[in-house]
Design a protein around this ligand. Structure first.
Ligand code: NAD
Length: 491
């Protein structure tokens, strides 16, 4: 049994409480490690270590050197990607095919933002006041608290850590209590890269016990959070009390919209990838499938064929398409939503129950499930399920597709399937979502901004703008000559 302590100031330390909690493999149901159960004392210790590092060596380091360390980290991450991917699968039960690709790809975030570290430039302003030299500096915020969800622990962390460190901040990481181990293992790689002790700290435990004290800590200058909108709202309210900036990456209920002129088979695969990849446990799940009525029945038939043939089982097997649900509460939630959908009059044309067939272990499998006869005002169409449950909603016109697509509190992503280039542009303009994919789905890159409209969050991760989330602008005024002019009026 592996035992994981907190990582604070470059050392593995016991939790103040002396307590640990189990972490289990969602596929087998076996407890495979124990993780430190943090509390406010641990959050205090980690925040103070991060503050000291910010005020010490890291704060004094030139951006070029910071960038070099991030690039070195990228190389180490690449070397360790398989091991990290396997840890994530053991913790969250997602497919190795997906997690292994993610842990390999996340090196690119460290490489990209390492390169960006010394390209953050201020400006010399053509000041309208005579005799004044006015310029801007982009300065780090200080200590950033990074709180992540369980579905893609290290990728979500890379989206935060790479730009925050490039900008010169230090960090306290609080991964999900369900999937802490890969973030903890990552701390050794940070040390190996030569990033000074205290710059990145990792504390583990429950959201309310250790996450909330981190948010409330006076030495924490920003929170960047990925998780549910419920927790995100609470963190936003806490941050407001400190007037502290936050980046929030929250949930979604994304429309994936198929027009009759689309490449039929590509759209079917896009719909499947939108909801059954990652067992639907992805913020960008295309959980509302809007299909033009003229092709609706044929499309549903093909969907049922493909999804019904998916191999369910061991996430480590290259042949598996759909793995287990990650957490027990999530499993219960998914089954509950299936019930709600049925009671509200949706028609279940595939699945709709736990999977207990070949390959199932640990009582954590749900069959890929498709509902038709869904209207957009049903709960199954309005609320995030975070599981392999697809709602199919018919539409007639482009205007109706836009109206249904946008009739939701969320705005994380949207998909459009069409061969009409004009329609592609119109739809991408009219859909209220932070990402719109046309003729593809579930694509992300280190160089493309990602984030939500509406209740899906605020702020952006990835891409050049992401570094600005971790910087503040200072305007510096230097008078070339002193003057003793009237002090009672604005200069
Ligand atoms: P969650 O909100 O339950 O937990 C997320 C993290 O927040 C965990 O580390 C948890 O311990 C912590 N937490 C909870 N309450 C807290 C509090 N009051 N103070 C500080 N920390 C607190 O979410 P989850 O179930 O782990 O993840 C699933 C959710 O995450 C879904 O809604 C999904 O859409 C969302 N998500 C969003 C993105 C995105 O980029 N937009 C990506 C992945 C997941």
């Amino acid at each position: 049994m592996q035992i994981w302590k907190h990582y604070i100031n470059g050392e593995w330390v016991e939790p103040a409480s002396g307590e640990y909690f189990d972490t289990e493999n969602p596929y087998t149901g076996e407890v495979w490690a124990q993780v430190a159960r943090g509390n406010a004392q641990d959050a205090d210790r980690a925040a103070k270590a991060a503050k000291a590092a910010f005020e010490g060596e890291w704060g004094a380091m030139r951006p070029t050197q910071r960038g070099k360390l991030l690039v070195r980290l990228a190389e180490i991450v690449e070397r360790e990607s398989v091991r990290l991917g396997e840890m994530e699968v053991r913790d969250n039960g997602k497919l190795m095919a997906e997690m292994g690709a993610q842990t390999k790809y996340l090196a690119e975030w460290y490489r990209y933002f390492g390169g960006l570290a010394d390209k953050v430039e201020g400006a010399v302003l053509p000041c309208d006041k005579p005799g004044i030299f006015n310029f801007t500096r982009h300065e780090p915020l200080g200590v950033v608290g990074m709180i992540t969800a369980w579905n893609s622990p290290l990728l979500l962390l890379a989206w935060k850590l790479a730009p925050a460190l490039a900008a010169g901040n230090t960090a306290v990481v609080k991964p999900s209590e369900y999937t802490s181990t890969s973030s903890l293992a990552f701390m050794d790689l940070i040390k190996e890269a030569g990033i000074p002790d205290g710059v990145v700290n990792c504390i583990t435990g429950m959201g309310l016990e250790v996450g909330q004290p981190l948010v409330d800590h006076p030495d924490v200058d920003k929170i960047t959070f990925t998780g549910s909108d419920v927790a995100g709202q609470r963190i936003y309210e806490s941050a407001a009390k400190k007037i502290m900036p936050v980046t929030l990456e929250l949930g979604g209920k994304s429309p994936n919209i198929v027009f009759e002129d689309a490449d039929f088979e590509a759209a079917v695969m896009g719909a499947i990838s939108g909801i059954f990849a990652a067992t639907g446990q992805t913020c960008i799940a295309g959980s509302r499938l809007l299909v033009q009525r003229s092709i609706h029945d044929k499309f549903v038939k093909r969907l049922v064929e493909v999804a019904g043939a998916a191999t369910i089982g061991d996430p480590m097997s290259a042949d598996t398409h759909v793995g287990p649900v990650t957490t027990p509460p999530q499993y219960e939630k998914i089954l509950n939503y299936i019930q709600v959908a049925k009671e509200d009059g949706a028609e279940c044309v595939l699945g709709g129950k736990p999977y207990t067939g070949e390959g199932a272990k640990g009582n954590r499998f749900v069959e890929p499930t498709i509902f038709t006869n869904v209207s957009n005002d049903m709960r199954i169409a309005q609320e995030e399920v975070f599981g392999p449950i697809l709602s199919v909603i018919p539409f007639d016109t482009e205007e109706e597709a836009i109206s249904i697509g946008n009739d939701i509190v969320y705005g994380l992503a949207a998909g459009v399937w069409t061969n009409d280039i004009g329609r592609a542009f119109r739809m991408s303009e009219k859909l209220k979502a932070g990402t719109v994919w046309v003729n593809t789905y579930r694509a992300v890159s280190f160089m493309s901004p990602f984030g939500g409209y509406k209740r899906s969050g605020q702020g952006r991760e990835s891409g050049q703008d992401a570094i600005k989330e971790f910087l503040q602008v200072k305007s510096v005024w230097i008078a070339q000559q002193t003057s003793a002019s009237n002090p009672f009026v604005l200069r």
